[in-house]
Design a protein around this ligand. Structure first.
Ligand SMILES: Cc1cc2nc3c(=O)[nH]c(=O)nc-3n(C[C@H](O)[C@H](O)[C@H](O)COP(=O)(O)OP(=O)(O)OC[C@H]3O[C@@H](n4cnc5c(N)ncnc54)[C@H](O)[C@@H]3O)c2cc1C
Ligand SMILES: NC(=O)C1=CN([C@@H]2O[C@H](COP(=O)(O)OP(=O)(O)OC[C@H]3O[C@@H](n4cnc5c(N)ncnc54)[C@H](O)[C@@H]3O)[C@@H](O)[C@H]2O)C=CC1
Length: 500
């Protein structure tokens, strides 16, 4: 193949990234062009493959994500050539890729699927950890095994999962918002979920059949172990189930929530003691903590004036697309969130370069009930559709937007409840032009629909509601439901029979 200083290897199609988006894209290209070699360049030694894919309804899908050695992918698709080396530089004007191992590759069409990395608060502070891939999850588990108290910052998917799963360690959960889980829920749903978080006796988590990520916990308390700076792929479903997320204490769960605050500062122990002695304005006491004056390795100062000592901090504060430094020097249009802007054909602003998954920012005019969220369902759909678009452009064919972008649909699990979110489930972008309808049975189900001009535009379904398919249809067909009024959520009306 390509040698340092030797002739560059050539392929019609190249894909960068061995996560869900990249692997799905390479697989689809390999199927569309069985006689072409597809280069898949990836910085991680393993790739992520989608297995047990199940189309639950028109737009809802469920699947497992498996970490596999790249040889398995090459066996399944003999025309995929995995190049296990990070991309150091892209020279898009020459259609060339330079890898860390000193080789170069020439492509005709390229799809960038390099994912994203955690957007950390106080980046560089050794006491602040992020969770993204197997390495960082293992580093987290190792540190937790020695911890008595940690501070979790952020209010999205990772924070929701962590605060529920962690045992034997006190968790101070600091959120900017009034209610928990702001990326998925409104205050009503948060209220429904809170008892599950604070319950004394939780259900035992279901044992995970596949052991996924385990490490031995060290007993010595020291500075947090950081994950390596290798860029791995994002974790898959149920990533925490194989991990023993347990601290040093005997109690089961202990979560304290601090709302409407951010982290103002982080002080190391010595600095904290010094500040207490010398600064007139610095709080003299660590508040809300037992008066035994435990000394913690690190102290978190919140914008609400409170200070908490802890062993380390988890920053679950979103992601930033991986565009640096390997894309420097190319003229990519970038969205506000730092992602590569792509049009309705997943094409970036640079000729012959497409992008999919967490690295990209959907810059097309979306369907009124779809929006981008960096999720593995969207990574799979985008990777698949990008390959279709690359194929269509190569063959001079036209292509229509894939149906999966018609409606935002996500199924997941929080606090052991099934959670389905559809369309504008939090009335995103609707202003005051909408109405909400609710149905809630404590400890069992929470159903919220968002209505606009008599039509359903979004829904949150928590628990086993069995309503997802009917509501998906109602949002897609935009039927005028004004005549049904409150009956829409009446548990005595069999709504599925009504509309199916
Ligand atoms: C802890 C956690 C839990 C999550 N839970 C859920 C969930 O329950 N449901 C859900 O839908 N989503 C979840 N997500 C989000 C989901 O995992 C991601 O949106 C999705 O996996 C992104 O896939 P991707 O292929 O775009 O990127 P990634 O999986 O990040 O893959 C990027 C790939 O690019 C490679 N790469 C990066 N830079 C280079 C380079 N310079 N050269 C070569 N290769 C490079 C990396 O090695 C990697 O293989 C979770 C994420 C995390 C971190
Ligand atoms: N079950 C699921 O669907 C899950 C999905 N994910 C996905 O993985 C990715 C990473 O997850 P998260 O880090 O949880 O990101 P996220 O985007 O879900 O949430 C980020 C949270 O951090 C908050 N935040 C941002 N900056 C902050 C700051 N400076 N101080 C305090 N709070 C701040 C935001 O308000 C938001 O609540 C996301 O794309 C997420 O959608 C992760 C876990 C589970």
């Amino acid at each position: 193949m390509a040698g340092a200083g030797g002739a560059a290897a050539r392929s019609r199609f190249a894909v960068v990234g061995g996560g869900i988006a990249g692997v799905t894209c390479a697989e689809k290209l390999a199927t569309e062009f069985p006689s072409e070699d597809i280069f898949l360049m990836t910085a991680s030694p393993v790739i992520k493959a989608v297995t047990n894919f199940k189309q639950v309804s028109k737009t809802l899908e469920e699947f497992d994500v498996e970490e596999q050695p790249s040889s398995i992918l090459e066996k399944r698709y003999p025309n995929i050539k995995v190049i296990q080396s990070g991309v150091k530089q892209l020279k898009s004007d020459e259609h060339k890729i330079f890898t860390e191992d000193g080789k170069e590759y020439v492509y005709e069409k390229l799809c960038l699927c390099a994912g994203a990395k955690p957007k950390l608060i106080f980046e560089g502070n050794p006491y602040v950890l992020g969770i993204r891939d197997t390495d960082s999850a293992q580093a987290f588990q190792k540190n937790l095994a020695q911890a008595e108290r940690i501070v979790v910052v952020g209010n999205g998917g990772i924070a929701l999962e962590l605060v529920y799963e962690i045992q034997g360690c006190e968790v101070i959960w600091a959120i900017k918002d009034k209610a928990i889980g702001n990326t998925f829920f409104d205050a009503g749903a948060a209220e429904f979920l809170i008892p599950k978080l604070t319950a004394e006796n939780r259900e035992t988590p279901i044992e995970c059949k596949r052991t996924k990520y385990t490490v031995e916990g060290s007993q010595e308390k020291e500075r947090p172990t950081a994950a390596s700076d290798k860029l791995g792929s994002a974790l898959g479903p149920d990533w925490h189930e194989g991990l023993h997320l347990k601290g040093t204490k005997e109690f089961s769960h202990k979560v304290h929530i601090e709302i409407l605050c951010e982290v103002k500062n982080i002080h190391l122990q010595q600095e904290f003691i010094q500040l207490q002695r010398t600064s007139l304005t610095f709080p003299k006491e660590e508040k809300n903590v037992e008066p035994d004056q435990v000394l913690w390795p690190v102290y978190v100062e919140l914008t609400n004036g409170k200070i908490y000592g802890c062993d380390f901090i988890v920053s679950a504060t979103g992601v930033v697309p991986n565009v640096k430094p390997f894309l420097d020097g190319n003229n990519f249009a970038v969205g506000e969130d730092g992602g590569l802007k792509v049009d309705e054909h997943m094409h970036t602003s640079v000729p012959d370069v497409y992008a999919a998954g967490d690295i990209c920012t959907a810059a097309w005019e979306p369907s009124p009930v779809w929006h981008q969220m960096r999720l593995w369902t969207q990574a799979r759909q985008m990777g698949w559709y990008a390959a279709k678009c690359m194929a269509a452009d190569t063959l001079g064919e036209s292509i229509e937007m894939d149906f999966s972008f018609e409606l935002f649909a996500h199924v997941t699990k929080f606090f052991n409840y099934k959670v389905v979110v559809l369309g504008k489930y939090n009335a995103q972008g609707l202003g005051s032009e909408h109405e909400l309808m609710l149905r809630c049975t404590k400890g069992q189900e929470y159903v919220k629909v968002v209505m606009q001009n008599g039509r359903m535009v979004g829904a949150v379904l928590i628990g086993e509601t069995d309503l997802e398919e009917t509501f998906e249809n109602l949002i897609l067909n935009q039927m005028d439901l004004s005549a049904y009024g409150e009956d829409l959520l009446n548990p005595d009306v069999d709504i599925e029979d009504y509309f199916d």
